[in-house]
Design a protein around this ligand. Structure first.
Ligand SMILES: C[S@@+](CC[C@H](N)C(=O)[O-])C[C@H]1O[C@@H](n2cnc3c(N)ncnc32)[C@H](O)[C@@H]1O
Ligand SMILES: Nc1nc2[nH]cc(C(=O)O)c2c(=O)[nH]1
Ligand code: SF4
Ligand SMILES: [Mg+2]
Length: 214
């Protein structure tokens, strides 16, 4: 059984695949925060910008098996997709609490490429085409390789230097959006300055927020 908060067709906003059309499948639940505001400040991950509680979002629900969820995702890809390779981005919440080889294979059979956004606390199953790991300062990093490492910056407990020698093709810093905690401040300027001083790191902007899309 898979629990999905929401599923929707949009453009990948972040990281090395930014700008590419994709179906997003947002699984319910996370191992680093309950998702309840009253727990935020004592959780392991405190800056989350996402509602991943329940299955009540757009195209959300409970799916009995891999084939039924794969068909649900496939139906959100445009029929007139032309020659583009369909892409699904599994996110959450923490998608690796639920994503398994069966679901990966069911989507590969439907010609989808599979991207994942994970906090890196759970080792990923085989077969993921684009793995984005986003470490959280208070959590142990178990998935130490992938296609991109995308660190939200700044985090007091997560200096980028801790991650620079890990086995990733791309290293991104993404300015922390302080709005979810009602905060103010300029994480953008700090992030730009770090990338300029340490050119191994590239800037990742949350372009969907700029574009006003999901
Ligand atoms: C909501 S998380 C879900 C996937 C997974 N749990 C994770 O943390 O990678 C998706 C992406 O948004 C990033 N993110 C979450 N809150 C953010 C914030 N306030 N500002 C910038 N990026 C944020 C995460 O680090 C992650 O890269
Ligand atoms: N457009 C868009 N791109 C995204 N990239 C990562 C997201 C996420 O919440 O995991 C996200 C999201 O929520 N929307
Ligand atoms: S690990 Fe990801 S989904 Fe979980 S609270 Fe942090 S940013 Fe949100
Ligand atoms: Mg998001």
């Amino acid at each position: 059984m898979y629990s999905v908060k929401e599923a929707f067709y949009t453009l990948q906003g972040e990281g090395g695949q930014a700008g590419r059309a994709a179906v997003f499948c947002r699984f319910s639940g996370c191992n680093l925060w309950s998702g309840r505001e009253q727990d935020r400040e004592r959780s392991i991950c405190r800056f989350c910008d996402t509602d991943f509680v329940g299955t009540d979002g757009r195209n959300g629900g409970r799916f009995r098996g891999a084939e039924s969820l794969a068909a649900h995702i496939d139906a959100l890809w445009p029929a007139q997709g032309g020659s583009a390779t369909p892409l699904v981005v599994f996110t959450g919440g923490e998608p690796l609490l639920q994503l398994n080889v069966e679901l990966i294979e069911a989507l590969h059979a439907r010609r989808f490429e599979i991207a994942v956004e994970t906090n890196g606390t759970i080792v990923a199953p085989a077969g993921i085409d684009w793995l984005c790991v986003s470490p959280k300062g208070r959590a142990q990093l178990k998935q130490r390789s992938g296609h991109e490492l995308k660190l939200v910056y700044p985090q007091i407990e997560a200096d980028p230097a801790q991650f620079r020698d890990l086995d990733f093709q791309h290293f991104f810093l993404q300015p922390m959006d302080l709005a979810p905690r009602g905060g103010e401040g300029n994480t953008m300027a700090e992030t730009v300055a770090y990338c300029m001083a340490h050119p191994q790191w590239r800037l990742s902007l949350q372009t969907h927020k700029i574009a006003g899309i999901d």
